[in-house]
Design a protein around this ligand. Structure first.
Ligand SMILES: [Zn+2]
Length: 74
């Protein structure tokens, strides 16, 4: 069992090294929401009921359930 777990973690490390990524964090709880490529510039905001926010992605934080809007700037 221990060996199997080590193999899975080793695979993750290899993938992370191959695809360089930037972490986007939840503005509220600092939990990781999504990864983007290094060349992507994104803005993340907390989505409130009365905010008219145009965004490219809408996600809910798995940790604190906050609705977030992600806008791709470049
Ligand atoms: Zn959160």
């Amino acid at each position: 069992m221990k060996r199997a777990n080590q193999n899975i973690e080793g695979g993750k490390d290899t993938a992370a090294a191959r695809y360089m990524r930037k972490r986007i964090q939840c503005p509220k709880c600092k939990c990781r929401i999504i990864d983007t490529s290094l060349s992507t510039v994104a803005e993340i905001r907390i989505l409130s009921a009365n905010a008219e926010l145009r965004a490219d992605f809408y996600v809910k934080c798995n940790n604190c359930n906050t609705e977030l809007a992600i806008k791709k700037l470049g």
